[in-house]
Design a binder for this molecule. Structure first.
Ligand code: NAD
Length: 476
C-alpha cells in the first residue's frame, strides 16, 4: 500500500549510515511501489556536493547495498530522479534557506538525524528558526540515545523543547526486524503459549545476541561505549520487554510502550556476582590491539542474570548475553520450561523439559523441543525431538524476501506509526537500570575477563549458569 507523499530530509546524507542503510531501504520500498507520486528524499550534509554528485554517490551505494533491485537500471534511474541534495551546516546558517525552498507545504515532512547526537540540538533549533515544522513533521533519531541517564535526559529535553513526543521517532533497528515483531504475534496470537508464560511454568529465559564480527571502523565509539551500552541497554532490553511484557490491550504505540516501560521499571538492580564482562583476545584478533589501547577495560561481551519483580515473573531468572567475535552470528531467545512435576516412567527414563527457541537470525524460525519415547525395544526411555519451523520454508517463496528493519521503520515514520520506536521514558528507564551496573564496575576497578576470539565467551559466563544448575543453549 503506497504511503502518503512525503519529503524526507536526511541530515548526514553522505554518511555511512545514510548510504549503507537508509537510502538502500528507501530504494527497495520505491521498487515495491510504496512511494506516492512526487515523494522525494533530500540529502543534507556538510559535504560540498551538488545534486548530480550526490546522485552519483547514491547510485554507487545502491549498487553495493541494495541487492538484486540495483540490477534494475530503469528503477534505479527513476529513483535517482527523486533524490536531491543541499549542502548545509547543522551549526551555522549555510544551506538552510535553500532547504526551506525545496520543501512542499502540505506533505508528510520527515527529518532523519543521521548524525552524531551533539548535532541533535543545533538541528532542532534551526528547524524551528527556519519555520520548517508543520503539523505533519516528524524527526527520526539514531542510537546511541545518550551515554547514561543524565545525557539521555538532556537529549530528551533538547528535543522536547522543539517537538512533541508524538513527533519523535527513536530508532532501535532491532524492533524493525520481522521476527522481533513475530515475537508478539507468537505470544499474543496463539492460545498455546500465553497460559504457560509465567514463573509457574517457565524455569528461566535466555536471550543471546552473538556477533562473529569485531568492532571494525567503530573503535573510538565502541571504546567509550562497550557491550553494555552498545547492545544490552537497548537491543537486548527491547527483546526482554517484548518477551516479558503483559498483553497490551491493543497493538497501538502507547499501549505497547506502556507495557514495555512497566517491565523495565520492574527490573531489580543486578547484583555484581550476577554479571560477567569479557574482552576478546587472540593471535589474529584482539580487542586491545583493535582499539590501540593495551590497557583498555571496555567490555566486548557481557552476560547477566536479571530479575523482574512482578506477579508474572517473580522467581524466573532472565539470562542475557551479548558479545563480539563469538563463534557465530546468532540471535535467539530460549524459553526454558520446567520439568514435568512427576515422572511416571521412573528415574531411568531421564528427565526432560520443553524449550521454545525463537531464532531472530539467521534462519528465522521457531523450534519447540518436545519429549517422546526413544524408539526401539526394551523399557521406556525418553528423548527430546525438535518440532522445527523455519519461517522461510513455512511461508513460501513470495515471503522469502521480507522488508529489512530499516525499510519497515522508515515507512512507519512516513505512516506516523510509533509502535516500533522507543519512547523517551523507556530510554530513560533503561539507562536508570544500566547506570548503577557501570558505576559499580568503575568503583571496583573491574577488568573484563579475556575470552578467545571465535569462542562462546568467557568461562565465567558458563559458571554464572552452572552455579544455578543450568547451562546456556548452544550458539549456532
Ligand atoms: P558518518 O561520520 O559516516 O557521517 C556523518 C554525516 O554527518 C556526514 O554526512 C557528514 O557530512 C554529516 N555532518 C557532520 N557534521 C555536520 C554538520 N556540522 N552539519 C551538517 N552535516 C554534518 O556517520 P554515520 O556512520 O553515518 O553515523 C551517523 C549517526 O548514526 C551517528 O550518530 C552514529 O552513531 C549513528 N549510527 C550509525 C550506524 C552505522 O551503521 N554507521 C549504526 C547505528 C547508529
Amino acid at each position: 500500500i503506497p504511503v502518503d507523499p512525503f519529503d524526507l530530509v536526511i541530515f548526514g546524507g553522505t554518511g555511512d549510515l545514510a548510504q549503507g542503510k537508509i537510502l538502500p531501504a528507501l530504494f527497495r520500498r520505491f521498487c515495491a511501489g510504496q512511494w506516492a507520486e512526487g515523494a522525494q528524499v533530500i540529502g543534507a550534509a556538510r559535504t560540498d556536493y551538488d545534486r548530480d554528485k550526490f546522485r552519483n554517490l547514491v547510485r554507487n551505494s545502491l549498487e553495493s547495498h541494495a541487492g538484486r533491485h540495483s540490477q534494475d537500471t530503469a528503477a534505479l534511474n527513476a529513483f535517482l530522479q527523486r533524490v536531491d541534495y543541499v549542502t548545509l551546516d547543522a551549526v551555522a546558517d549555510h544551506g538552510w534557506a535553500e532547504l526551506a525552498q525545496k520543501l512542499q507545504p502540505d506533505r508528510v515532512r520527515a527529518f532523519y538525524f543521521s548524525v552524531g547526537p551533539r548535532l541533535f540540538g543545533p538541528l532542532a533549533e534551526r528547524i524551528e528558526a527556519y519555520d520548517l515544522t508543520t503539523p505533519q513533521t516528524r524527526i527520526v533519531v539514531e542510537k546511541p540515545f545518550g551515554h547514561d541517564l543524565e545525557s539521555a535526559r538532556a537529549l530528551n529535553a533538547t528535543l522536547a523543547a522543539h517537538f512533541r513526543e508524538s513527533q519523535i521517532y527513536r530508532i532501535d533497528h532491532y524492533l524493525g526486524k520481522e521476527t522481533v515483531q513475530n515475537l508478539m504475534a507468537v505470544r499474543f496470537g496463539n492460545m498455546l503459549f500465553e497460559p504457560l508464560w509465567n514463573s509457574q511454568y517457565v524455569d528461566h529465559i535466555q536471550i543471546t545476541v552473538a556477533e562473529s564480527v569485531g568492532i571494525n571502523g567503530r573503535e573510538e565509539y565502541y571504546e567509550r561505549a562497550g557491550a553494555m551500552r552498545d547492545m544490552m541497554q537497548n537491543h537486548l532490553m527491547q527483546l526482554l520487554c517484548l518477551i516479558a511484557m503483559e498483553p497490551p490491550a491493543k497493538f497501538d504505540p502507547d499501549a505497547v510502550r506502556d507495557e514495555k516501560l512497566k517491565v523495565i521499571r520492574a527490573l531489580d538492580p543486578v547484583k555484581p556476582h550476577h554479571i560477567v564482562r569479557g574482552q576478546f583476545e587472540g593471535e589474529s584478533s584482539s580487542y586491545r590491539k583493535a582499539v590501540g589501547n593495551p590497557r583498555s577495560t571496555t567490555e566486548s561481551y557481557v552476560a547477566l542474570r536479571a530479575h523482574i519483580s512482578n506477579w508474572r515473573w517473580a522467581g524466573t531468572p532472565f539470562y542475557l548475553r551479548t558479545g563480539k567475535r563469538l563463534v557465530a552470528r546468532s540471535s535467539v531467545i530460549n524459553v526454558m520450561f520446567k520439568d514435568a512435576p512427576h515422572s511416571i516412567f521412573g528415574a531411568d527414563a531421564g528427565r526432560h523439559a520443553n524449550a521454545l527457541s525463537i531464532r531472530l537470525q539467521p534462519n528465522e524460525g521457531i523450534t519447540l523441543k518436545v519429549t517422546i519415547k526413544e524408539p526401539g525395544q526394551g523399557g521406556m526411555r525418553l528423548v527430546d525431538v525438535p518440532l522445527d519451523m523455519s519461517f522461510a520454508e513455512a511461508l513460501g517463496a513470495e515471503n522469502q524476501d521480507p522488508p529489512d528493519a530499516y525499510e519497515r521503520l522508515v515507512m512507519d515514520v512516513i505512516r506516523g506509526n510509533q509502535t516500533l520506536f522507543m519512547r523517551g521514558d523507556e530510554v530513560e528507564a533503561a539507562w536508570a537500570w544500566t547506570d548503577p551496573i557501570i558505576a559499580g564496575w568503575q568503583a571496583r576497578g573491574d577488568v573484563p575477563k579475556p575470552y578467545e576470539s571465535g569462542s562462546t565467551g568467557p568461562g565465567d559466563a558458563e559458571l554464572l549458569m552452572k552455579r544455578d544448575g543450568r547451562r546456556w543453549q548452544g550458539i549456532n
